[in-house]
Design a protein around this ligand. Structure first.
Ligand code: AMP
Ligand code: MG
Length: 491
């Protein structure tokens, strides 16, 4: 990593914001994968990625020049309950790299050993969750969803004790910022308004510099995060993505998808789908994600109140107005995205009902989320190619009726069928990181040290919108015996 020196602006915020600590070296690091495309975008030197020097850097055994590793302090609401003492218990922020365009990116490693925030944890990550995060975050990026990126993954040559002994891993992640709503909550809980102001100014300086010109930038900051999260969550919903653990410490101030734990893309559509083994009441179910987004943003607004206005009543009023805008913004993004998925260019009043009717039929017909939209984007204006999609639905007759309505709606716009199909294909993926595929990749790696499934899956997910010859098996939903019903944090 010589080409582009590190700095660490977070260091300047002061000691209350972090613990300054180096990664704990590991025994025998080996590079599993490094992300050449991303490293080029960041302007990193090629050699750092493939060599043994790369393994040492991405395992934390060698700290690159200019990096000032630190564990960030944060709190968070976990399943609705406030926990004042979270923080990077097994992760470190190395610092920032500026890409050739001058944009700053946080480089963060997960699995690097104990910190002051580890509580009873070992500070390590198991290989399985590392592979999972690598695959899903990179797939999200290729799908066009704002997300933290994966720069590299290594095995450590050490075991971690979970319910059983598992091989250890470390993932290096890249994000616009690793500041979370929980970072703000940490200082609110301590009544430290000076630190809250410094943090808000830091976020504005680094993530929202255009707000510096605004007379009162703090309500504008709230607006920006509300808007960014409304758009992000709408994006998740359009792809059938379930984050699984939308605690406030897992919600990024830069509005990227962050912290891939028990996340999942759903196969068969159900509006209240839950995969996470720890989400017993469905708090983070698919259809509850927008509500939880708003709940989390309300916690963020509370942290900014004293900055929004010196008069608490006025501040509350202003924050409430902005929070009320979340749902309409979310619904706007959702409907725009869903229209695009159906190939519609214009917006008509009746479109929401058309979309909702399709989802209802998918639910009652056990239809696969991703394949439904993909197969829809292959259809012509006549029914000549309808067989493949009809075969996916238990109640094909309901879909036939819906397809009639859909085609009537398409006829109301002046669009060429091929052009319309191309637009649909650009937003309806063929390949997603399905749970059973991720599971197969993890099993081969953990049980047999075989990374070929991981690499093959990663490769297919690099072009999720393109039908890749010979890769048909990767687009299929699981066979009954392959279905993954529960996903785990693996912490
Ligand atoms: P997560 O579930 O990854 O969002 O983590 C929630 C909190 O638990 C964070 O404060 C983590 O740093 C901490 N944590 C999770 N796993 C470990 C671990 N193995 N060792 C220490 N802290 C951990
Ligand atoms: Mg987290």
């Amino acid at each position: 990593m010589k080409s582009n020196p590190f700095t660490n602006s977070y260091f300047g915020l002061g000691r209350g914001f972090y613990q300054s600590i180096k990664p704990t070296p590991v025994q025998n690091p080996e590079l599993i994968i490094s992300n050449r495309v991303l490293s080029d975008e960041l302007g990193l030197a090629d050699t750092a990625l493939s060599s043994s020097a790369g393994a040492a850097v991405f395992a934390g055994n060698h700290v690159p020049e200019g990096a000032q590793p630190l564990a960030m302090a944060y709190s968070g609401h976990q399943f609705g309950h406030f926990n004042p003492d979270l923080g990077d218990g097994r992760a470190l922020l190395l610092g920032q790299i500026h890409n050739p365009d001058g944009l700053s990116f946080d480089i963060h490693m997960k699995g690097t050993g104990q910190t002051a925030f580890s509580r009873n944890g070992d500070g390590r990550a198991a290989l399985g969750p590392v592979l999972r995060e690598y695959l899903v975050s990179e797939a999200m990026a290729r799908l066009g969803v704002p997300t933290t990126r994966a720069l590299a993954a290594v095995t450590t040559g050490e075991e971690v004790a979970r319910e059983q002994l598992l091989p250890g891993g470390i993932i290096t992640r890249v994000a616009a910022s690793f500041v979370r709503i929980g970072t703000f909550e940490y200082f609110l809980a301590r009544g430290d308004t000076a630190a809250l102001t410094r943090l808000a100014d830091y976020v504005i300086e680094n993530q929202y510099p255009h707000l510096k010109q605004v007379e009162n930038p703090y309500p504008a900051l709230l607006d920006a995060v509300i808007e960014g999260q409304a758009s992000l969550i709408a994006h998740w919903m359009q792809l059938g993505f379930i984050h699984g653990v939308m605690n406030t410490d897992n919600m990024s101030i830069a509005c990227e998808t962050i912290d891939y734990g028990p996340c999942a893309f759903m196969d068969h559509y159900a509006h209240d789908r839950v995969y996470s083994s720890i989400d017993h009441h469905g708090r983070y179910a698919y259809n509850n994600q927008p509500n939880i987004g708003l709940w989390n943003l309300s916690r963020f607004a509370e942290c900014l109140l004293h900055l929004i206005d010196a008069d608490t009543g006025t501040a509350v009023e202003m924050a409430r107005d902005r929070l009320e805008g979340f749902i309409s913004s979310y619904q706007g993004h959702w409907l725009t995205g869903m229209r695009a998925k159906l190939g519609l260019k214009s917006g008509l009043e009746q479109d929401r009902a058309l979309v909702e009717e399709l989802f209802a039929i998918m639910a009652s017909s056990n239809a696969d989320f991703t394949l439904t939209f993909f197969r829809l984007s292959m259809l012509d204006m006549d029914a000549s190619k309808d067989d493949a999609i009809l075969a996916m639905f238990d109640h094909a007759a309901s879909l036939t009726q819906w397809l009639d309505k859909w085609r009537q709606r398409l006829r109301q716009e002046d669009s060429d069928s091929d052009e319309r199909k191309a637009r649909m294909r650009a937003v309806n993926p063929v390949y997603i990181p399905r749970n059973h595929l991720i599971e197969a990749a993890i099993r081969a790696a953990e049980d047999h040290g075989d990374f070929s499934v991981f690499h093959a899956l990663h490769e297919v997910l690099q072009q999720p919108y393109d039908l890749q010859p010979g890769k048909e098996a990767w687009m299929q939903p699981p066979q009954p015996d392959e279905v993954v019903h529960k996903t785990f944090c693996g912490t």
